[in-house]
Design a protein around this ligand. Structure first.
Ligand code: AKG
Length: 267
């Protein structure tokens, strides 16, 4: 698989846990992904969510793990630029696809994506990983992804919170701690705001703390598909809560490699 990222970009990703790759996706791919999102929203899976509380503006929809039924997602995940970027950023010969995640905020959505990092939500351990956040609409500063640079190296894992009301999944868990308050994170000196144009990719580590505002100050909506990849050190894991996505074991035990069709190892 050809290396599509520069050594400098890989080093930024390793140091900061986030790097923006400008103008790396062809228009045709964005159009295909737009068709995929339309199909997904027209026929959401059983794992889809609506996060917008009643009587507030807009709509915040998400769904994931639909690549086996939405050919546009499968093609983007398995061949071409995205797996090549993932391989390059993780410095692996063969990335493993974990899943895709659609996050759509329609115009006037007040609901933000709360601060979190993804690793504790997932039933997988390992430090070689990357999410490729692909905006299908421009994401200027008002609605851009926010990340705390370097937070993937803090050595901390935070108890997940429900997106809908920000309640912690549980109050205590061995190896996991409470998330700092949003105020603390927004005042962190390493806070970065990552505006992106269509064609750009914001790549971030599963342990990088991130959030994103609603769209109410922006005037139009925003569609994103995050493609998540794993490296050679990925191992199946259990958490003290139901993981998200709630993948069943299907015979995998903690510590196993994810060697099965749900998580294809790519060339
Ligand atoms: O796009 C967003 O609102 C948040 C994205 C996110 O949390 C993710 O891709 O892990």
């Amino acid at each position: 698989m050809p290396l599509q990222v520069t050594e400098e970009q890989v080093q930024i990703f390793e140091r900061d846990g986030v790097v923006v790759l400008r103008n790396v996706l062809p228009v045709a791919l964005i159009q295909e992904l737009g068709d995929g999102v339309r199909a997904n929203m027209g026929s959401p899976s059983a794992w889809a969510n609506e996060y917008t509380p009643a009587n507030t503006g807009g709509r915040f929809f998400d769904d994931y793990v639909n690549w086996q039924t939405i050919p546009q997602f499968r093609a983007a995940a398995e061949v071409g630029v995205l797996p090549a970027l993932a391989a390059g950023l993780m410095r692996v010969a063969r990335p493993r696809f974990f899943h895709e995640h659609v996050l759509v905020k329609e115009a006037g959505t007040v609901t933000p994506t709360p601060w979190h990092h993804d690793d504790p939500y997932y039933g997988v351990d390992g430090l070689q990983n990357v999410s490729l956040w692909v905006p299908l609409d421009p994401a200027p500063e008002t609605i851009a992804l926010r990340c705390i640079r370097g937070s993937h190296r803090w050595g901390k894992r935070y108890i997940p919170r429900k997106f809908v009301n920000q309640e912690p999944y549980i109050t205590n868990a061995q190896g996991f701690v409470d998330l700092p308050t949003p105020e603390m994170l927004e005042n962190d000196p390493n806070l970065g705001i990552f505006p992106a144009e269509v064609g750009d990719v914001v790549a971030f580590h599963f342990r990088t703390l991130h959030s994103a505002p609603g769209t109410e100050r922006h005037g139009s909506g925003r569609r994103v598909v995050s493609f998540r990849y794993l490296g050679d050190d990925a191992r199946w894991a259990h958490r003290p809560w139901t993981t998200s996505p709630p993948f069943p074991d299907n015979g995998l035990a903690p510590g196993d490699k994810l060697d099965e069709g749900r998580f294809p190892l790519l060339n």
